[in-house]
Write a protein that binds this ligand. Structure first.
Ligand code: ADP
Ligand code: MG
Length: 616
């Protein structure tokens, strides 16, 4: 690719650049490995402008010289800008004056130039062309201002694409086989947007022409920042309760804001976030914010997004939605996902990183403009999908070449006593062992009540929808606990890669079968040994010496096989192992008959959390 077109999400708070190849779209990171560039610029007379992280991190020290959120002013007149200028860092100046003035285009150009440099460093050659995204409600002047900014940065804007359209493109929704209506719910840092799109399957159009915007709605002053502010006020109230009323310095306020956001983000994965803040003068604020408290604070804000959502649906004559796509960092909040699911009756699309999805879609559009195609078959599963079981084997739930949509369920249990968490590790590939498959995601089912090994009933479902999006859900029957994960398995996959994996599987078929068999035998034999050992404890006194001797010998022999299999499964004789296991099974029948009466005792070996499940 000598003259690539990159995809750029020029965001209000963050901007990103992405590229798409046959393997699909991916974002490009800077030299420090960061994909998100803060859309923040510092302009000091007589010095070179500072762009991105450095400008944002030192915003408190340069309140007048630091310009954030300038996207709000793109293509607006001075009068309009003043109306939306509240909270803006830099000074708004009309026409030339004594101090240096900057236009929003110049600020955007600095951000774009930085992304261009990041892309050039990552790709190793010059980048001159880009697809750039803008909000669906941007008018012609705002779109033109975006083009001008690109030109100033030395980039030709090959196309300006609506952000919601890009998000839908990232999920491949342009490949729909029937007309679809899609909602894109974008809850970011400073703004909320919702769009209703109509997608017409039509081969003759270039991808983004297939997307018609039926309605948009939103609020340019509603975002994750507002939630941070509420948490900050809560922190101030906690501090006042502990130390009396205080007038925090700008530095302390900035710190409080940072802690507030950090706690909010932590609560997307946890139920409680401990906070410790040094307020100066020997005062340290220690408190804990719970998810429930955060959700109570955020509820009115989330309700406001839903009202806008309903209004957009009404403007589009209340269509039946086929999908809802989640965009923006704030959609990581479980309460936001749940609210959108409840409103739409659909499982929202969250498989792609909500920070990246717009840039990824811009890259997909760029790829289409370059005449590129993704060559993966889309109506079948290209590689089998499964999950890790104990011992590092893979249980396949959906087989290669299954036609989509498809779903499969299987029941698993635990192999360790008192496991309170079970890790579901999702894999793709034809090989039998985890190490030889492609890892595509993992999640944990937490908070299980302690139960003996083999008792939990873990029902796992794999469902691939018509767009190739995989949802893995796990539910434990007895406790009712559930968790799920969404991924796009074909991301980063080319047909060449699929062919290679297939050939490898073919070449290793025999040894793979052997390994899987030995590993499963070892897991099941260990369970047998445990149960038999426990039964033996209870009934030893009632058994005759000859039988006990036989039993001990048989157990020792099987334990030997387990140890050998755990050390070197490839070198273990699977048939002999199997025979040893059968022999003990036979021999132990009498023991079970004897012990049946006292079978509910002793289940107290300490067990670990987060162990992989077993096929039992
Ligand atoms: P924008 O489109 O406005 O540039 P982003 O899409 O980058 O914004 O979203 C940024 C917002 O997402 C911030 O308010 C940030 O705190 C929030 N955010 C990021 N990750 C999480 C998370 N895990 N849980 C809750 N909020 C998050
Ligand atoms: Mg955004």
């Amino acid at each position: 690719m000598s003259d690539p077109i990159v995809g750029i999400d020029l965001g209000t708070t963050h901007s990103l650049v992405a590229i798409c190849t046959e393997a699909g779209p991916r974002v490009l990171a800077d030299a420090e490995g960061r994909a998100l560039l803060p859309s923040v610029v510092r302009m000091v007379a007589g010095a070179a402008p500072v762009v991105g992280h450095a400008a944002r991190d030192h915003a408190v020290e340069f309140p007048l010289e630091t310009i954030a959120s300038s996207k709000r002013f793109m293509g607006r007149s001075h009068a309009e800008s003043l109306a939306i200028a509240e909270g803006f860092g830099g000074q708004l100046v009309e026409g030339p004056r004594g101090i240096r003035t900057v236009t929003p285009q110049e600020v955007a150009a600095l951000v774009l130039a930085q992304l261009k440099a990041t892309a050039e460093a990552a790709l190793g050659h010059p980048v001159r062309r880009a697809v750039i995204t803008v909000p669906a409600y941007f008018d012609d002047a705002q779109r033109q201002a975006t083009r001008d900014a690109a030109r100033l940065a030395g980039l030709l804007a090959e196309r300006i694409v609506n952000e919601p359209t890009a998000a839908a493109l990232a999920y491949g929704l342009n490949r729909a086989r029937k007309p679809e209506t899609v909602a894109v719910y974008d809850f970011g840092g400073g703004t909320f947007d919702v769009s209703i799109l109509r997608i017409e399957p039509d081969e003759v159009h270039a991808a983004s022409d297939l997307f018609q915007v039926l309605a948009t709605n939103g609020d340019t002053r509603l975002g994750g920042d507002d939630i941070d502010r509420m948490v900050m006020e809560w922190l101030l109230a906690q501090a006042a309760a502990a130390f009396g009323p205080l007038t925090p310095s700008p530095g302390v306020l900035q710190a409080l804001r940072t802690f507030a956001e950090r706690a909010k983000i932590a609560l997307s994965d946890r139920d409680a976030a401990p906070i410790e803040i040094d307020l100066g003068s020997g005062r340290t604020l220690r408190c804990t914010l719970t998810r429930a408290a955060l959700e109570a604070m955020a509820a009115p804000l989330i309700e406001r997004t839903l009202a806008k959502f309903r209004a957009a649906l009404a403007d589009a004559s209340n269509p039946t939605l086929d999908r809802v796509v989640m965009v923006g960092g704030s959609t990581r909040m479980p309460a936001v996902r749940a609210a959108v699911a409840a409103l739409t009756g659909l499982a929202p699309y969250t498989a792609l990183d909500p920070d990246q999805v717009v840039a990824l879609g811009a890259a997909v559009q760029a790829h289409i403009l370059m005449g590129g195609r993704r060559d993966l078959l889309l109506d079948v599963i290209p590689l089998s999908l499964g999950m890790e079981t104990r011992g590092g084997a893979v249980a396949k739930l959906i087989m290669k070449n299954a036609s989509i949509p498809t779903r499969a369920t299987e029941t698993f249990t635990t192999a360790v006593d008192n496991q309170t968490g079970i890790v579901i590790h999702v894999l793709q590939g034809e090989r039998e062992m985890v190490a030889d498959c492609r890892s595509i995601g993992r999640f944990e089912l937490k908070g299980l009540p302690p139960m003996p090994a083999g008792i939990p009933q873990l029902q796992v479902e794999f469902a691939v929808d018509a767009n190739g999006v995989l949802t893995v859900s796990a539910a434990e029957r007895r406790s009712g606990k559930r968790a799920s994960l969404q991924v796009v398995p074909t991301h980063g996959l080319t047909t060449a890669e699929v062919d290679r994996l297939e050939q490898e599987a073919f070449a290793h078929a025999r040894e793979d079968m052997h390994l899987h068999r030995v590993v499963d035998l070892a897991v099941n034999a260990r369970l047998d040994l445990k149960w038999i050992g426990e039964a033996l404890e209870r009934t030893r006194a009632a058994l005759e010496a000859g039988y006990l001797e036989q039993l001990d010998a048989s157990m020792m022999r099987l334990k030997g096989f387990c140890e050998a299999a755990e050390r070197n499964p490839a070198a273990t004789d699977a048939d002999a192992f199997h025979k040893a296991k059968e022999a003990l099974d036979q021999l132990s029948m009498r023991l079970h008959e004897t012990s049946i009466a006292s079978s509910l005792k002793s289940m107290s070996t300490p067990g670990g959390a987060g162990d992989a499940p077993t096929t039992g």
